[in-house]
Design a protein around this ligand. Structure first.
Ligand code: ZN
Length: 499
């Protein structure tokens, strides 16, 4: 290791330690922290983030990065870490330190305000905070924008390199054109699916037990991971020996079960990252979209297939004899794939899901590019739901307050959910050529599929971006046609309609 890289690594380790501490506080805020902790803890986070800022942007670090960028002898991992830090330096350095810290404090407080507002069903109590969050995000994007780049494009690029309003307008355009009429065919089809048995008296302890079984069954390692409860299920990774997932419990048993499989998918990605990459900037998922491709792959392509449940459905029936004793495997699988336009994104079926994302994409574009008045959000949100999905939220908790993202300042994140689904479908059609996908699931060999994903995707962390991964694995650039094909084949068959 060169002397310069060694010194660089010392600063980097310090920065990563500070970041890991901040991530742990964020996790704690959402799961176990007492109600009144928010204010003071947000001050602690503010200080830590200032120290992080300093560890990355100090003059010595800047000089080292410059020196290392010119150095020839770096290996692949070293070069990637220098590249990531240079990127981050460029992003951070343009933001004045006091604004950076103010924003970190604001966001820490804002999620608490959002959480209370959602509970009280009171958008007005969140609106002023949200307005401030948006102002900061626009300001920061403005600092980072290059050559007249639009602010929302800057934000989109943060989560998914190479994606912007131009190609996302095209992507969502295809989905709208193909899926809206197809959804109409499905909802008007004669096929009726009964999913009544999924709602009812499902005790939390039993849901948790089944959730833990399923997470372990798909390969989430509880020696390197934990599972807790939060308002909105999410995954936090500290490093590849400590990955944390959450879920929530309602009277719909499939809600927690599939959120567990989804978050386990995120967790498996992080656990699969190579040891020499973890706790470095390269040691995390390639992009938000690639992350969602994996979580949704586990949740939907694997988790909602009949082949997946064939070897384990008996166990589910044993756990819930009163609720599922008389429901056979086919009925169960049909029920968990029932298409029903609804209000809540995280509860949406696979077919309507991308329309929820489309709505958020269109609203974000207006918030960032057209200065949409925050006060108008509940109304606009409700109108769009009525237009695309034919349902209208009766209150903000079921509408604009449902997601945590905006309170965290994550604008430009939502499109990656739809992109991830599309990445996953493309991977799926390729994998079917490489292996007996359904056959493996029927034999309970999820591990073969998981290992393929680890080998081809997870281990690399951020060494490759999402487009390169898709190309290396499937031999093709990103192509949304596979996603449309997947949905039409699956739901055309289920609802007995011609796609
Ligand atoms: Zn996810």
């Amino acid at each position: 290791m060169s002397k310069a890289y060694e010194e660089f690594k010392t600063y980097l380790d310090r920065a990563m330690a500070l970041k890991t501490a901040m991530i742990l506080f964020e996790w704690d805020n959402e799961t176990l922290a007492p109600k009144e902790a928010g204010e003071l803890t947000s001050n602690v986070i503010g200080t830590l983030s200032g120290e992080y800022f300093q560890a990355i942007t100090n003059d010595r670090m800047k000089a080292l990065v410059k020196e290392l960028q010119a150095e020839q002898g770096l290996d692949e991992v070293q070069a990637a870490n220098v590249r990531e830090v240079a990127d981050e330096l460029e992003q951070l350095d343009c933001i004045p330190r006091n604004e950076y810290e103010d924003n970190a404090r604001l966001v820490a407080k804002s999620t608490a305000v959002w959480s209370r507002a959602k509970k009280d069903n009171d958008f007005d109590s969140f609106a002023p905070t949200l307005k401030k969050v948006i102002e900061y995000q626009k300001k920061f994007a403005g600092y980072r924008a290059k050559d007249g780049q639009k602010l929302y494009d800057v934000m989109l690029d943060t989560y998914e390199k190479g994606f912007n309003m131009e190609n996302l307008d095209r992507f969502f355009g295809i989905l709208k054109e193909e899926l809206v009429p197809f959804l109409k065919q499905v909802t008007e089809s004669k096929k009726k699916i009964d999913d009544g048995f999924l709602t009812g008296d499902y005790p939390e302890e039993k849901q948790e037990k089944l959730g833990r079984f399923l997470a372990g069954y798909v390969g989430f390692d509880f020696d390197k991971g934990v599972m807790a409860v939060s308002a909105h299920p999410f995954t936090t990774n500290l490093h590849n020996k400590d990955v944390r997932i959450t879920t929530h419990y309602t009277d719909r048993v499939d809600s927690s079960l599939f959120s567990v499989i989804h978050e386990a998918g995120h967790g498996i990605y992080e656990l699969g990252i190579r040891d020499d990459l973890t706790l470095t900037p390269v040691g995390q998922g390639a992009s938000m979209g690639m992350h969602e491709s994996q979580s949704r792959f586990f949740e939907n392509i694997i988790g909602r297939s009949p082949a997946f449940w064939a070897p384990i459905y008996g166990k589910v029936q044993e756990m819930f004899p009163d609720q599922m004793g008389n429901v056979d495997l086919d009925q169960f699988v049909e029920a968990v794939n029932k298409v029903e336009p609804g209000l809540i994104r995280t509860e949406a079926d696979e077919l309507t899901y991308s329309l929820h994302v489309l709505i958020r994409y269109e609203i974000e574009k207006q918030l960032i590019e057209e200065d949409l008045d925050v006060e108008k959000l509940p109304q606009l949100w409700a109108d769009k739901y009525e237009e695309y999905l034919g349902v209208r939220p009766e209150n903000p908790a079921q509408g604009v307050l449902q997601d945590i993202h905006w309170s965290q300042g994550s604008f430009g994140y939502f499109p990656s959910y739809a992109l991830g689904s599309a990445f996953g479908a493309q991977l799926y059609y390729h994998m079917k050529q490489e292996m007996d996908f359904e056959g493996l699931l029927e034999q309970g060999k999820v591990d073969v599929i998981r290992e393929y994903l680890r080998e081809n995707i997870h281990q690399y962390g951020k060494l490759k971006d999402s487009r390169t991964i898709l190309k290396d694995v499937t031999g093709e650039d990103f192509d949304p046609k596979y996603y449309v094909r997947y949905l039409k084949e699956k739901y055309g068959k289920l609802y007995e309609v011609e796609a």
